[in-house]
Unconditional design. Structure first.
Length: 211
């Protein structure tokens, strides 16, 4: 696992952090159902080798819950593009937990599916290897993110999910341009908040467009 500088924050981002025009974001939750499983950690990176991790701690565990105004302001800031891998889940989890609709969004999984049509491997581990030359460990993926004391292994894993998204995105964007699919990618990104809301309403599987 390649490292980066990791800053762990409890409750919220510091007020003075500037991620520039685009920020890579990932979330860790108690499970795969954004309606059921609480948001535990939000990871962010400006693509500069540094990851900021925000631990969301419920009041019952001594935390401030979803009182995180700096994080919420960033999520809705129209001049900062948010880069996700499988944004559908993270946007639903963030909306369900924090009540804010993240925008504008880019999703590397959607981009990969639109241009890497020669493969069915669109996982972050696949993209990191093929587009950033990085071997990501997924060993901590299923660990207990609700723990108040996250392990160094968990923090490194969580950070690695955002540290390479800018590099991956730059490669995918070039392919979208080359294959003339940037417009349809952008239209798909713009629909993601609605898709996330539909998922939270229970229209996830089968989805609203299914026969
Ligand atoms: Mn992750």
């Amino acid at each position: 696992m390649s490292g980066g500088t990791i800053h762990l924050h409890q409750h919220d981002l510091p007020a003075d952090i500037d991620f520039g025009g685009s920020v890579a974001i990932d979330t860790e939750t108690m499970g795969l159902d954004p309606r059921r499983d609480r948001l535990c950690l939000v990871q962010l990176s400006a693509g500069d080798g540094t990851a900021h991790l925000v631990q969301i701690i419920p009041p019952a565990l001594g935390g401030k819950g979803t009182d995180c105004p700096n994080l919420k302001a960033l999520l809705v800031n129209p001049s900062v593009t948010k880069i996700f891998h499988f944004a559908r889940f993270d946007v639903a989890a963030l909306y369900n937990a924090l009540g804010v609709v993240t925008a504008p969004i880019i999703c590397t999984k959607i981009a990969s599916k639109l241009v890497r049509t020669y493969t069915d491997r669109h996982g972050l581990k696949d993209l990191a290897r093929d587009m950033a030359g990085v071997d990501l460990s997924k060993q901590q993926q299923t660990s207990d993110w609700g723990s108040l004391e996250l392990t160094p292994e968990q923090l490194a894993y969580a950070a690695s999910d955002v540290l390479y998204l800018h590099t991956i995105w730059q490669k995918l964007e070039a392919l979208l341009v080359r294959e003339n699919r940037l417009d349809i990618a952008q239209a798909a990104y713009q629909f993601l908040p609605t898709l996330a809301k539909l998922d939270l309403l229970g229209y996830g599987d089968p989805d609203l467009f299914h026969h």
